[in-house]
Design a protein around this ligand. Structure first.
Ligand code: FAD
Ligand code: FES
Length: 279
């Protein structure tokens, strides 16, 4: 953790990858070498990225702690800050403070099967723990990634997914809502993939991220399939300001998403009214 938790530090954009028509992945490096070295993060954490004159917004770290040197964010253009970020080019600067929040369980789930269920840009935070698991492959059981997008052109990480597919004891299943003429794969929402492979509720944990409606139906189906609510982890989004538990903007029940989350077990959040938890 950096010394002053509110202090943003400049980072240079080293690489920009166009993922979809409105999503890009940015690889960045802190200008100050000491900051770069001391920036230790965990899978599932987020940062606040600011652009002078436009404001700041929280973004998940999509790179993986076991691959130091590469700090990556996958960003969807949606409003003021993200529109400004999309105007930046390789070599330009972003300002980053963090990392903030808790993380996906990792050491605690050693020996278990890992299932990942994502929709759209929801794969961004999961990618961090997915690659972390691949970097420690013998420590886990089977790995299955179920990923849905609106159309084939709206999958993120289209270069990386074929690499994941070839890894041992790993299955990657894709689905789209709207196929194009060339799409040969599954058509339907991501829950339809849950019937196309065997997901064992025994000795397994599930990590889920996607739009609220997807989260809701995935949770219902996992519980129906016999998964325990404490074995299901979801990462939540809320409007944030401080990012460090001071302003009260991001509460869900008595929890602050910025410090108690953004990763929650379903057991922890299901006690809150549905309208608050958006799951
Ligand atoms: C912990 C955390 C991690 C996040 N990680 C990522 C990430 O990895 N990549 C990423 O692209 N975003 C991520 N977000 C969401 C991102 O912070 C917001 O989309 C943010 O509002 C973008 O700032 P902006 O100034 O561009 O948009 P704003 O100007 O704040 O919003 C513009 C308009 O878009 C609407 N809007 C804003 N956010 C959303 C949304 N998420 N869904 C639907 N409508 C919305 C607003 O209602 C508003 O009308 C994360 C959020 C949190 C809390
Ligand atoms: S964003 Fe301020 S308390 Fe969470």
């Amino acid at each position: 953790m950096m010394k002053n938790i509110y202090q943003p530090y400049p980072a240079k954009i080293e690489r920009i990858v166009d993922e979809t028509f409105n999503i890009k992945t940015y690889t960045v490096k802190f200008i100050n070498g000491d900051i770069a070295k001391s920036f230790n993060y965990k899978q599932g954490q987020f940062v606040e990225i600011s652009i002078p004159g436009a404001g700041e917004a929280p973004f998940s770290i999509t790179s993986t702690p076991s691959r130091p040197g590469n700090l990556e964010f996958t960003i969807r253009k949606i409003g003021r800050v993200t529109t400004k970020i999309f105007e930046l080019k390789e070599g330009d600067l972003l300002h980053i403070r963090g990392p903030y929040g808790n993380s996906f369980p990792f050491e605690e789930v050693e020996g278990k099967n890992l299932y990942f269920i994502a929709g759209g840009i929801g794969l961004a935070p999961l990618r961090s723990v997915i690659n972390q698991a691949f970097d420690h492959r013998p420590r886990f059981g089977e790995i299955k990634i179920l990923y849905g997008a609106k159309s084939p052109a709206e999958f993120c990480y289209r270069e990386e997914i074929p690499i994941w597919k070839k890894l041992p004891d790993t299955e990657v299943l894709l689905t789209v809502d709207n196929p194009d003429g060339e799409w040969q794969g599954n058509v339907g929402v991501v829950t339809t993939l849950m019937d196309k492979t065997k997901l064992s509720p025994l000795n397994s944990v599930v990590y889920v991220c996607g739009p609220p409606v997807m989260l809701k139906f995935v949770m219902l189906k996992l519980i129906e399939m016999g998964f325990k609510d404490g074995d299901i982890y979801v990462t939540l989004e809320r409007y944030m300001q401080c990012g460090v538990g001071k302003c009260g903007h991001c509460n869900i029940g008595d929890k602050f998403v910025c410090v108690d989350g953004p990763v929650f077990s379903y057991r922890d959040i299901k006690v809150f009214p549905e309208r608050e938890r958006a799951v």
